[in-house]
Design a protein around this ligand. Structure first.
Ligand code: SF4
Length: 311
C-alpha cells in the first residue's frame, strides 16, 4: 500500500553570525506497509517521527526520495487525490479542532473543502460518521470545549475518515488522554481499521501500545532507520542496540534484560560523526566513531549497525 524510498527532509537553520546550519530531520528513510496492516513508529522525541508524518502528508516538501501509494507518487496522483488517500489524526485533540466550529461542522469540513459540498449536503454523511466513532447524535451541536478529551479525539478520527482514506497516520493519538480512555480509543481505532480496511502508521513512544496494535515496527534514531521489521521478530529478538535499549525501559516486554538507555539524544544540529548512536551505545567500538552503518538486511529485518552479524 505504502512504499517509502530514501525519504529525506533537510532544513537550513539561518544564523545571524557564522555559517547557516543544515538539520537532517529525516535522512534516507525507507520502509513499506502492506494494505490493512499497521506500522508502529517508535523513537524518542526529536528522532524524526513527526517530520516523517508531515512529509508523507505533503505538509512538508521532501528534500529527496519518494513515497508511493499503490505504486503512485504524489506528483503522479496530484495533491488533491493524494490528500484523499492519506489523512492524519493529531496528538492533541483540543488544539487540532477549531474551537469556533460545532462537532458536525468539524466532521463535515473535509467534504466541504475537498468536494465543494455545502454543510447541508455534507451533514448526513457527517452524522453517520459521528455515530460510527461512538458519539450520540445530540453531540453534533456541541463545541470542542463542551466535549471530553476522548470525545474530541473521536471527532478528530471521524474528520480524518470523511474522505475515506486508504492510509491513516496517527501521531500519538492517545498520549494526551486519561489512561482509562486510551484503551477505548485504541479499540475503536482497531475496529475502524477493519471496517474501512485502513492501513495505519501509528506513531508512539509507548512500545506496549505498538506491540498491541502494530504488525511491523520502525525504530528511528536522529532521522534515520535504526531497525525495521515484523513486530514479533523485533520484540523477541531486537538486534540494534537502540531497539534493545528502548525495550530495556519496559521490564518484561521481550522477557530479557537489556542495558538501559544512557545519556540524551544529541542535537540534530550537531550530530555525532560515524554511527550517530555511538556516544550512547553500550556496544560501540572505535570504528563506530567513523563509519556510518548502512541499513542492511540481517536476520529477517533491516538494521543499521555494522557490528551485527546475521543470527
Ligand atoms: Fe552501536 Fe556501533 Fe552498532 Fe552504532 S554501529 S549501533 S555504535 S555497535
Amino acid at each position: 500500500m505504502l512504499e517509502v524510498k530514501n525519504l529525506s527532509k533537510f532544513y537550513i537553520k539561518k544564523k545571524i553570525w557564522g555559517k547557516d546550519q543544515e538539520v537532517r530531520a529525516l535522512d534516507g528513510v525507507s520502509f513499506n506497509v502492506k494494505k490493512g496492516e499497521c506500522l508502529g513508529i517508535v523513537g524518542e522525541s526529536g528522532c524524526g517521527k513527526s517530520t516523517l508524518a508531515k512529509t508523507l502528508l505533503g505538509i512538508e516538501k521532501e528534500t529527496s526520495g519518494v513515497a508511493t501509494i499503490e505504486g503512485k507518487s504524489r506528483q503522479q496522483l496530484g495533491d488533491k487525490e493524494w490528500h484523499k488517500k492519506i489523512q492524519m489524526v493529531f496528538q492533541d485533540p483540543y488544539s487540532s479542532l477549531n474551537p469556533r466550529l460545532k462537532a458536525i461542522e468539524l466532521i463535515a469540513a473535509p467534504l466541504m473543502i475537498n468536494e465543494g459540498l455545502s454543510l447541508k449536503d455534507a451533514k448526513g454523511s457527517a452524522l453517520k460518521m459521528l455515530q460510527k466513532v461512538g458519539l450520540r447524535a445530540e453531540m453534533a451541536e456541541r463545541y470542542p470545549h463542551m466535549l471530553s478529551g476522548g470525545q474530541r479525539q473521536r471527532i478528530g478520527l471521524a474528520r480524518a475518515l470523511m474522505l475515506r482514506p486508504s492510509i491513516l497516520i496517527c501521531d500519538e493519538p492517545v498520549s494526551a488522554l486519561d489512561v482509562s480512555i486510551q484503551a477505548q480509543v485504541l479499540n475503536l481505532l482497531m475496529d475502524l481499521q477493519d471496517e474501512f480496511e485502513l492501513t495505519l502508521l501509528f506513531i508512539s513512544h509507548d512500545l506496549h501500545v505498538i506491540k498491541h496494535i502494530g504488525h511491523s515496527i520502525l525504530v528511528m534514531y536522529l532521522g534515520k532507520v535504526a531497525e525495521f521489521g515484523e513486530r514479533d521478530t523485533l520484540i523477541n529478538l531486537p538486534l540494534h542496540p537502540y531497539t534493545q535499549a528502548l525495550l530495556g525501559t519496559i521490564p518484561g516486554l521481550d522477557g530479557k534484560k537489556h542495558p538501559p538507555l544512557q545519556g540524551e539524544l544529541p542535537s540534530p544540529l550537531n550530530p555525532p560523526p560515524g554511527c550517530t548512536f555511538h556516544k550512547r551505545c553500550p556496544k560501540a567500538q572505535k570504528s563506530c566513531e567513523i563509519n556510518i552503518p548502512p541499513p542492511t538486511i540481517k536476520s529477517g529485518r533491516i538494521v543499521a549497525c555494522d557490528l551485527i552479524t546475521s543470527q
